[in-house]
Design a protein around this ligand. Structure first.
Ligand code: PLP
Length: 222
């Protein structure tokens, strides 16, 4: 498994306007360093503690993305440095991020996570819940967060028609929210969808950010 080669191959197969988050969860720091030395600067993790530990050990020009389910009591750990939180799925989480961002004199970029898969176990809102959130006073009082787009995970399935429909659904949500709430905000531009197994379909359906783990680092080890 050569990480530099994997990254190079991946970049060749992905258009320039699509950014790559290298998902390094459960991978040892040495492998992240290999990706770093191959030029990769954006890493995604799904556990706050693990992310904070790795951030401490690795160079500080890395942009760290949080891509997992986030408990409010873990936000404080991430707030000083996190670059993008992909997994905002409720107002209480957003207000917590806002509070901790303010303490650090930062504005933290966030994506709204949508439930687009058939599995019950995947987190995320539906479009109505997102509307309620974006119309709430609580959201309007948040001066230290900026919503820059949407994120979703497709079903774990070989049925490519199903996966494609789910990505189309997320793209539609993005366009709806853009029209209703973010028409004047150019930075609302991120559609985070696509993983190692389905990123080609995701890109065909409008992804601007893919989250790739296995295809870069190989199988997760611990
Ligand atoms: C693990 C994970 C990925 C990467 O999955 P791979 O199949 O290894 O590419 C992407 N997004 C999220 C939210 C994940 O938890």
């Amino acid at each position: 498994m050569n990480i530099a080669e994997n990254l190079q191959r991946l970049k060749k197969s992905i258009p320039d306007h699509v950014s790559i988050v290298s998902v390094s969860k459960q991978q040892p720091v040495a492998l992240l360093m290999e990706a770093y030395q191959a030029g990769q600067r954006v890493f995604g993790e799904n556990k706050a503690q693990e992310l904070a530990l790795k951030q401490f050990q690795l160079p500080n020009d890395i942009a760290w993305h949080f891509i997992g389910h986030l408990q409010t009591n873990k936000v404080r750990q991430l707030a000083p440095f996190i670059s993008l939180i992909h997994s905002i799925d409720r107002l209480s989480l957003l207000t917590e991020v806002n509070k901790e961002a303010a303490k650090n004199s930062r504005v933290i970029d966030c994506l709204l996570q949508f439930h687009i898969a058939t599995e019950e176990t995947k987190f995320g809102m539906n479009i109505e819940e997102a509307r309620v959130l974006l119309e709430s006073d609580g959201y309007h009082a948040c001066a230290n967060i900026r919503i820059t787009g949407v994120m979703g995970m497709s079903s774990f399935s070989d049925n490519t028609d199903l996966v494609r429909k789910e990505f189309q659904c997320l793209h539609d949500y993005f366009l709806t929210l853009k029209r209703l709430f973010f028409n004047q905000q150019r930075s609302f531009e991120v559609i985070s969808m696509g993983m190692s197994g389905d990123y080609q379909i995701a890109i065909e359906e409008g992804s601007t950010m893919v989250r790739i783990g296995t295809a870069i680092f190989g199988e997760r080890k611990y």
